[in-house]
Design a protein around this ligand. Sequence first.
Ligand SMILES: Cc1cc2nc3c(=O)[nH]c(=O)nc-3n(C[C@H](O)[C@H](O)[C@H](O)COP(=O)(O)OP(=O)(O)OC[C@H]3O[C@@H](n4cnc5c(N)ncnc54)[C@H](O)[C@@H]3O)c2cc1C
Length: 421
Amino acid sequence: MSTAYPHYQRPCCWPDPAFDGAVKPALTGHQHFDAIIIGAGYTGLAIARRLAERQPNYRIAVLEAEQVGSGSPGRNSGFALETALSAPSAAQAQQLHTLYQRAHTQLITAAGLSDTSTQPVFKAAATSRGERYIKQLERFMVASGQPAEWLDAAALAQITGSTYYRSGLLLPGNRLLNPVRTIRAVAQTLPANVTLYENSAALELEQHASRWVVRTASAMAEAPRLFLANNAFIKGLGYGASRSVTIYTYAGLTPILSDAERAQINQRGEWGLLPAHRLGTTFRSTQDGRLLVRGMYGYEQEGGDEVEQILLRSLHSRYPELEGAQQLAHWWGGTTSLTANGAPLWGELRPGLFASVGCNGVGLVKGWMLGGALADLATGAATIPVHELFGRPSWMPPEPFRQLGFLAVSTLEKQLAGGEI
Ligand SMILES: Cc1cc2nc3c(=O)[nH]c(=O)nc-3n(C[C@H](O)[C@H](O)[C@H](O)COP(=O)(O)OP(=O)(O)OC[C@H]3O[C@@H](n4cnc5c(N)ncnc54)[C@H](O)[C@@H]3O)c2cc1C
């Protein structure tokens, strides 16, 4: 099986009532473009839009391995985050926050969504270690001038209907999206000089003089500019192997809660909870009245049926009232690309070959921002100082040392995360 593009075991099941089932034709023949983008996620579509805006005469192709939204762009939990939760300094966090706010507005405008977000999105802690992190985060928010509001256990219980959490921090400005709906809406409003090809996985790249050639199973395309926006699958096309790993994480949706269940756990409205530890479990409610639970990480390989039980354990520890439910309505795995120090692999890798991958699990807004910035770089326009803000991805040792390192760190971190999982 090719590792150049995703092969997920289960479909992703965010509902999209607006989807009419129409699929864009795959790439055929041997075609010439001014720019080719591989991957129609947040990064790839942001590159396409910005490039088309800056170069209206370019013929731009976006090659997507699957159908837009069936891969990770639609498999995530839908938190569009504009808060800079970490940065080397308060000043850099402030700068990042402003840039994320701008990218967030551009993304939701491209998706045709209203620009007001009213759902509470917050970090919450269930352990004393987690509480210490929340207090530290509050100081960081104040120092970097980002909005935040303390939530005590009673306030958290009122929002979530769970008494599991001790304290939290409300992070205004962040938003909950239906990711499938969002990415499809963005794909439907691409500029006229951008053509999207679905079911067109790039399998091989070659450089011929000053042109880049991309081969799919039955066609080829070439252009002087090639953009890699395929995130966790960049290694399968021969780049980024010493800087990034593919991490699987999982999300599950409960059935739509009945009125009785909702009353029992005092559940109303949409809210989103981010854990106080990076290996912790994310929760949110959805517009159609379900709970979403996201947790677990797997190294380079998708997990099997045990995942559902682990997600259910986290759900039941927060909502013992739902213990009768022994199955999720849907659950699925998705990928993200992780670098050791959190810096994205971003920039011109070879003449005419550009890449932006490695959003480390928060790529909705960050991917959009970095994609737009990459198109700026490629067209010689002023761009945001990506390397100054994030650094460059550090080198990772080869296998088997890399996997051993990952397992050692994740075992330790799981212990530290404790009840946040
Ligand atoms: C379960 C889960 C929950 C998450 N929750 C959140 C969240 O709430 N908020 C958040 O910000 N982030 C979240 N993430 C991470 C987020 O999904 C990613 O950071 C984001 O999708 C990155 O966007 P991207 O466009 O860079 O890459 P991707 O979304 O991975 O898009 C890459 C695209 O490239 C395509 N592709 C891959 N290989 C090829 C190829 N060879 N040829 C053509 N196309 C190819 C893929 O099919 C895909 O459509 C979550 C991830 C998962 C798995």
